[in-house]
Write a protein of this length. Structure first.
Ligand code: AQP
Length: 332
């Protein structure tokens, strides 16, 4: 039986964070054998926030390299830059004409990012979810693994696809989100009421970047915000900092929240939990950092993957785009 299609992407807005790994890429790695997968560096999305050209180019390449270092197989899956496949932009324009402003006005990410970037609230930031819908629908995607923050965008994508299908017939597959039960919203280490984000600007200690060295990781965990209740309970409302550490520890050791809460029940203090969590994260990330350096030292190998996969993605995108244009009635 033909495998179903899985699609997911990540913005080249900085070194990916531990949250991006736990909330998204770890699931990609686990699901890759069972699906035909496309993993995209969504660089067109990244320019909704102003990027320095040299930094941007380097980060985009590092991100694609990191996908491989983290365990994505570049031969079995399609790893590519969004900007190398013009069909994304073309379908995005078309879908803009099937998306209501009222729907976009409800998107919480637009509200959050507008507050963060008050000096540059551009139209791309507003229509970001439409481009995301185009990314997904272009490949007749069945499953989209994402963190909790992207759930609303996925729902909009499904609404746009259903609206289009209602008018023109079964053109798009309606995608399902895949949101892991644990780790779908990793919080910032110093302000555990905010989600951890790779483009953090307030305080670098809020984020574990996937290429941080072990000392830096341990220092960041030791400074993590907890509380003064001195009790070990998993309670994201009352004890968000501690609960975030337990979640990270559970994901890094592949145990359940219950097992980890029990393990920490008699710990001598929160300091112990911070150290154990830091050590578990270092053990998980160190092999990835080493592999990343090896891959970075072989630019010809990475260049080959970029070229070959862009060609594959361009070919795969053509069928849906042609069906959409035909259904709408564009001249042949
Ligand atoms: N805090 C999080 N916990 C779990 N998953 C998360 N993701 C993001 N933050 C968390 C998931 O990571 C994937 C990639 O996201 P993205 O790069 O497309 O953009 P984002 O969601 O806006 O992620 P960031 O890290 O917050 O990026 P910046 O700082 O550039 O805005 C998605 O699957 C997302 O759900």
């Amino acid at each position: 039986m033909e495998k179903k299609i899985l699609y997911s992407g990540m913005q080249a807005t900085g070194v990916p964070s531990l949250a991006n790994y736990i909330g998204a890429i770890k699931n990609w790695v686990n699901l890759q054998k069972d699906y035909n997968c496309l993993f995209c560096v969504v660089d067109l999305h990244s320019i909704t926030v102003r990027q320095d050209p040299d930094f941007f180019r380097t980060k985009a390449r590092d991100l694609l390299t990191l996908f491989i270092a983290l365990g994505i197989d570049p031969k079995e899956n399609v790893l590519y830059y969004q900007s190398h496949v013009p069909a994304h932009s073309e379908l995005s324009w078309i879908l803009n004409c099937y998306t209501h402003m009222g729907e976009l006005n409800r998107m919480t990410q637009f509200k959050d990012k507008s507050q963060k970037h008050e000096d540059n609230i551009n139209a791309g930031l507003y229509t970001y979810p439409v481009l995301q819908a185009a990314d997904i629908l272009l490949f007749q995607t069945n499953l989209v693994p994402v963190g909790q923050d992207q759930k609303q965008h996925l729902e909009l994508c499904r609404d746009i696809a259903m609206r289009f299908n209602n008018i023109y017939g079964e053109i798009f597959t309606i995608p399902e989100p895949y949101i892991a039960p644990v780790g779908a919203k990793i919080m910032s280490l110093h302000d555990p009421t905010r989600k951890m984000s790779k483009s953090e600007t307030v305080n670098e200690n809020n984020v574990i970047f996937l290429l941080d060295d072990p000392d830096t990781i341990m220092k960041k965990f030791k400074r993590a915000m907890t509380d003064s209740l001195n009790q070990v309970r998993y309670d994201p409302e009352e004890q968000p900092g501690l609960s975030n550490l337990i979640t990270i520890y559970a994901c890094a050791t592949n145990h359940t929240i219950e097992e980890c809460t029990k393990e920490f029940a008699d710990s001598p203090g929160y300091g112990y939990i911070k150290t154990k969590t830091g050590e578990a994260v270092v053990s998980m990330l160190e092999p990835f950092r080493k592999r990343f350096k090896e891959l970075q030292a072989d630019p010809a190998y990475i260049d080959g993957i970029i070229k070959n996969n862009a060609e594959r993605a361009n070919i795969m995108a053509q069928g849906t785009l042609a069906a959409v244009k035909d259904a709408i009635g564009f001249p042949k």
